[in-house]
Design a protein around this ligand. Structure first.
Ligand code: ADP
Ligand code: MG
Length: 275
């Protein structure tokens, strides 16, 4: 294998956790922005009917004529739904409100769990990374993401019952592996909204590391008000305020991800090694 940093093939990573408000969307758009900043070409797929990833990347509803809904229903190709964002190297497949009805509409379709997989097949070769922002449930949409992905990245908020919640997701990943996608990996677990002053945060983080070992990223995303302000400006926090602690953390997360993708151990602080 060459020592080149760029992976040869497109990597499709589903960002999933059936709990809402744990940082899936924030992680999807900021990890995507940080990867794009390292000159990777990145596609974000907004698979949540709420469309927060689309809004957070500055694409408002009026600009979303063709969405992932039409792609899943077979009414449009992925290319037809694709939008170029203002961030160089970062494209988006937007979501629309009609996506909430897709689950029912797909019931009678052939290969309903493989609709996204089939749409991606051969259509994303130009991208280094495809990040799928999943809805907050283990429904048919999330199933489509897991069937279409190479790996799943799980944002975990450091709060009570965090581990119980994630065990459902891990079981679902195992089921998907068995039934549809034997190659599906657990890419990693990233601790989000970490509050250093809160003992519970520390305790939950320790429990999660004890349970999942080195699957847990060294990089921890702190709770940071700039992160929560950014979406209302239609910008990833990395564009809104590149110097804040949240932005720093997402840059660290991206470099740790790139190391992990190359099979290297994460640096002491999750960073890439010097030259
Ligand atoms: P999910 O997609 O899992 O539902 P979001 O990424 O939308 O979660 O995050 C839920 C809320 O928490 C949003 O309002 C978001 O702006 C905020 N948030 C996410 N990460 C952070 C953080 N590190 N610091 C502060 N607020 C955050
Ligand atoms: Mg979300």
């Amino acid at each position: 294998p060459s020592s080149d940093a760029v992976p040869a093939a497109t990597r499709v990573i589903a960002i999933a956790n059936q709990k809402g408000g744990v940082g899936k969307t924030t992680t999807a758009i900021n990890l995507a922005t940080a990867l794009a900043a390292t000159r990777r070409s990145v596609l974000v797929i907004d698979l949540d009917p709420q469309g927060n990833a689309s809004t957070g990347l500055g694409i408002d509803r009026t600009a979303r004529a063709v969405t992932i809904y039409h792609v899943l229903l077979g009414e449009a190709t992925l290319a037809e739904a694709m939008i170029t964002t203002e961030i160089p190297g970062l494209s988006l497949i937007p979501s629309g409100v009609d996506l909430s009805g897709a689950e029912l509409e797909l019931i009678d379709f052939d290969r309903r769990e493989q609709r996204l997989h089939d749409a991606l097949d051969g259509a994303v070769a130009a991208f280094d990374y495809v990040l799928i922002d999943c809805p907050p449930s283990l429904n048919l949409l999330t199933l489509n993401a897991l069937v279409g992905a190479d790996a799943v990245l799980v944002p975990l908020q450091c709060e009570f019952f965090a581990l119980e919640g994630v065990s459902h997701l891990i079981k679902t990943v195992e089921r998907v592996r068995h039934a549809f996608n034997p190659g599906l990996e657990l890419q990693g677990i990233v601790l989000t909204m970490f509050d250093r002053r809160n003992n519970l945060s520390e305790q939950v983080a320790a429990d999660v590391r004890a349970y999942f070992g080195d699957k847990v990223y060294n990089t921890v995303i702190p709770r940071n008000v700039r992160v929560s302000e950014a979406p209302s400006h239609g910008k990833p926090v990395l564009i809104y305020d590149v110097k804040c602690s949240g932005s720093e953390a997402y840059l660290g997360l991206a470099s740790e991800l790139l190391r992990r993708e190359r099979g290297l151990p994460p640096g002491p602080d999750g960073s890439e090694p010097g030259p």
